[in-house]
Design a protein around this ligand. Structure first.
Ligand code: NAD
Ligand code: MG
Length: 395
């Protein structure tokens, strides 16, 4: 049995992971669950999966959960709190695999801890990889951890790589990666109307149901930008060999273009349980609970090039990966601050790329050779983004 720790169990990926795990009770033992919100859901997960440990960010929330579990007569679950506990549960000896499904930079340290401890890392938390880049990949190589991509595109690319492929290797014979994107809710919206879109419109994704932050990222296409950086790292590719392709139907989840002209694509319904089940069962296969793909109802597959004027975040991400060093961490932090300000109605949708651009222009990147350097760049970009946003809000 594989001992599993799910970082971010109450989120969209966390819930889908538990759905897959519950289909294979003979294969998995849930050792630890962690969350920062949705106490009711976490409480239900505790009753159903009986983890050994649970981590909440705040001690007061942890105390509420302890009392509720006591009242329900459940005494074997240890409820911990704080960011350090996230790292500790990710490194437990009885944990074999860690699902990294916290959103944003908050997931970096526990995900890195899992990689350092040589666990199998199921990576959904793309921001952690984008920030720490080669540093993260070096830790994986050093500890011998297995790194399996959960992001549907990267999971698709992984599946199109040679059978014995391991993340971080240079796959021979690969010419390009074709990274598919749905284009989000605003692909056809007149450009001059983008300035007035609301958070509710931005999080209404046409094909996927996801957390709020990644949904806004899909609307700006920063999600695809982060994924370009993620692909460069996971598959050891230069950015000019990662081509974004808008594919409205979200049926092809990405492709690998080989030098002989072969293009391999992975297809399936847009259901995150598919890449989750793939990674959990790898190198085998098992049921995910997803509907089989019905090509007769899909009927047609469309492809188009992304429009840089509509999606400036995509170019910013290419700029960041080319600038290298701490620039991807700066891009990511500025984006996190801008997206949460947009979700709080403090700034407009079009202020998101503006804020990121400002941060990238005003902070000089340094080498990303230590985790402290990465975290410093993250802090600096957050404070620069916040002051820029405060100025926007008064003007
Ligand atoms: P979500 O917002 O639904 O869930 C996030 C989880 O992280 C929750 O359990 C939340 O409690 C926890 N969390 C949030 N802030 C935290 C903090 N500061 N400290 C500790 N825990 C915290 O997000 P999601 O959509 O499940 O996405 C999770 C990650 O997976 C993101 O990095 C996202 O980019 C990636 N991803 C998601 C999808 C998807 O379909 N949802 C697809 C591909 C990749
Ligand atoms: Mg994706």
């Amino acid at each position: 049995m594989e001992g599993i720790c799910i970082l971010g169990s109450t989120g969209s990926i966390g819930v889908s992971t538990l759905d897959v795990v519950a289909r294979h009770p003979d294969l998995y033992r849930v050792v630890a669950l962690t969350a920062n919100n949705n106490l009711d859901r976490l409480y239900e997960q505790c009753l159903r999966f009986q983890p050994r440990f649970v981590v909440l960010l705040g001690e007061s929330q942890a105390e509420v959960l302890r009392r509720r579990l006591d009242a329900a007569g459940v005494s074997e679950i240890e409820v911990l709190s704080g960011t350090r506990s996230l790292e500790e549960v990710a490194m437990l000896p009885e944990v074999d695999g860690v699902m990294a499904a916290i959103v944003g930079a908050a997931g970096l340290l526990p995900t890195l801890a899992a990689a350092r401890a040589g666990k199998t890392v199921y990576l959904a938390n793309k921001e952690a990889l984008v920030m720490s880049g080669q540093l993260f990949m070096a830790e994986v190589a050093k500890s011998g951890a297995k790194l399996l991509p959960i992001d549907s595109e990267h999971n698709a690319i992984f599946q199109c790589m040679p059978a014995d492929y391991r993340a971080g290797q240079m796959a021979s014979g690969v010419r390009r990666i074709l990274l598919t994107a749905s284009g989000g809710p605003f692909l056809r919206k007149p450009l001059d109307e983008l300035v007035d879109v609301t958070p509710e419109q931005a999080i209404a994704h046409p094909n996927w149901v996801m957390g709020r932050k990644i949904s806004v990222d899909s609307a700006t296409m920063m999600n695809k930008g982060l994924e370009v950086i993620e692909a460069c790292l996971l598959f050891n590719m230069r950015p000019d060999r990662v081509q974004v392709v808008i594919h409205r139907q979200s049926v092809i989840h990405s492709m690998v273009d080989y030098v002989d002209g072969t293009v391999l694509a992975q297809m399936g319904s847009p259901d995150m349980r598919i890449p989750i089940a793939h990674a959990l069962a790898w190198p085998g296969r098992f049921e995910s609970g997803a509907e089989p793909l019905d090509l007769f109802s899909v009927r047609q597959l469309d492809f188009e090039a992304p429009d840089e004027a509509r999606f400036p975040c995509l170019s910013l991400a290419y700029d960041a990966v080319r600038a290298a060093g701490t620039m991807p961490a700066i891009l990511n932090a500025a984006n996190e601050v801008a997206v949460s300000s947009f979700l709080e109605n403090k700034i407009r949708f079009t202020h998101i790329p503006e804020t990121i651009k400002h941060c990238m222009a005003s902070i000089a990147p340094g080498p990303a050779d230590t985790i402290e350097a990465v975290l410093d760049a993250d802090r600096m970009a957050r404070s620069t983004a916040e002051s820029y946003i405060n100025r926007l809000a008064v003007s």
